[in-house]
Write a protein that binds this ligand. Structure first.
Ligand SMILES: *Cc1c(COP(=O)(O)O)cnc(C)c1O
Length: 413
């Protein structure tokens, strides 16, 4: 039985790829009293977070904030731009891409799913779940659509079920090469604020984000960054859309307000997160995640195990999928590690259940928390009778020691 009054000493190691550990500074910011969301101060907060998120998405165009998890922002991206029966081209990179396809079907659009069609030695039952988007496949398919029946191309930037990051600039290039006018809709729920992302430069039409991953916030708010073309598409879109409707939101957002009650306290946290990201500088934030990921991959290689990502061009900076040895149930291993060491690891999702676990390296982490998390994994493997090739902890220590992090100028508290 799970006991809700279970409070072990020290900090819990929440090493799942979202929700990520929330820094104390953000928790403190969120503990301020809730204010009147129609009162004079709220407009200042609203304006700060709305413009701050434009900088995070690298866009001059509007960003919308919903009091909802990422799934809500997925729905919003579609219901604001599409009509019943519209064809959309979606790319299956893993479980989250597959869930998005399911959502699209329920909304009444008609997804055509493309993806890796070769064999997969690592996970024969889940081909392509370990690879990034092949932009050539998208280009080929769009070239076969001279009547432009496909209204949108939907791709996941960072596939959180596998630990693979796709090249969104390449997708945009492929769409340009095919001279196809479909909208480009990108789920960067686990990429935004951890991995380089450029809404305007890549001419993404709707970018979808969420609070509980790279933004280091608790779950509860999510985002749509919107291009002028997406706003144009909104005018003729006929999917039912009320709570998610951009037009009313944008009207209220002009002065920093919302048409309904926003998540005031999470927005305090968002304002703090934006400050933290800007003080550090986004480029350093991205390098920090790259470096953590490289250290964790050094550990997995030393163990003699495989990562779920099989394409060396696209390992995710925010999480690493670790394939467990055949015969070892990854969820049994995760349970053992949780019970013995108070360390939470991400489960294998969908077709990957039991075959791998996911180690998040995002949010309030540093070299030493990651080394501790790797130590928890290593002890778990040993207790499960796995003969590891070598110590992953030692390998990660060597990596972190040999690769100094870029210096960060810290503001005095
Ligand atoms: C977490 C996640 C989602 C789902 O978001 P929720 O906040 O759980 O609704 C969708 N896509 C990706 C890539 C994710 O990482």
């Amino acid at each position: 039985m799970l006991k809700l009054d279970f409070h072990p000493t020290g900090k819990h190691f929440l090493q799942i790829p979202g929700p990520s550990p929330v820094p104390d500074r953000i928790l403190r910011a969120m503990s301020l009293p809730t204010i009147d969301h129609r009162g004079p101060e709220f407009g200042v907060l609203g304006t700060k977070v709305l413009t701050g998120m434009q900088a995070i998405f690298k866009t001059r165009h509007p960003v919308i904030i919903y009091p909802a998890s990422g799934t809500g922002a997925w729905e919003a991206a579609m219901c604001n731009t599409l009509s019943p029966g519209d064809a959309v081209l979606m790319y299956e990179t893993g479980h989250f891409a597959a869930l998005w396809v399911k959502l699209a079907k329920r909304l009444g659009v008609v997804p055509e799913v493309v993806g890796w069609s070769g064999a997969d030695d690592l996970m024969p039952h889940a081909p392509g779940w370990g690879r990034g988007v092949d932009a050539d496949l998208i280009e080929q398919r769009l070239r076969q659509d001279p009547e432009h029946r496909i209204k949108a191309v939907c791709v996941v930037h960072n596939e959180t079920s596998t630990g693979v990051t796709s090249d969104i600039a390449a997708v945009r290039k492929a769409m340009d090469a095919a001279r196809h006018p479909a909208l480009l809709i990108v789920d960067t729920i686990s990429g935004i604020a951890s991995i380089d992302y450029r809404h305007d430069e890549w001419r993404v039409d709707v970018s979808i984000g969420s609070s509980q991953k790279g933004l280091m916030l608790p779950p509860g708010i999510s985002f749509n960054a919107i291009s002028p073309r997406a706003l144009e598409a909104m005018k003729s879109a006929r999917l039912p859309c009320s709570f998610w409707a951009w037009d009313e939101m944008l009207e209220f957002n002009r002065d920093g307000y919302f048409p309904f009650t926003p998540s005031t306290n999470i927005l305090y946290g968002l304002a703090e997160a934006i400050d933290m990201l800007q003080e550090e500088g986004l480029d350093k934030v991205f390098l920090r995640h790259d470096r953590w990921a490289a250290g964790v991959r050094a550990a997995v290689a030393a163990w003699g195990l495989s990562t779920q990502c099989v394409d060396p061009r696209y390992p995710s900076p925010v999480l690493t999928g670790v394939v467990t040895p055949v015969g070892l149930d990854a969820d049994a291993l995760r349970r053992l590690i949780y019970e013995r060491f108070d360390l939470s690891l991400g489960t294998g999702l969908g077709k990957l259940k039991g075959r791998m676990f996911r180690l998040g390296h995002l949010g309030d982490s540093n070299d030493l928390t990651l080394l501790a998390a790797l130590a928890g994994c290593e002890m778990g493997f040993q207790l499960s009778g796995v003969k590891l090739a070598a110590s992953g902890v030692v390998a990660a220590m060597a990596y972190f020691a040999a690769h100094a992090a870029p210096a960060v100028v810290r503001k005095a508290a």
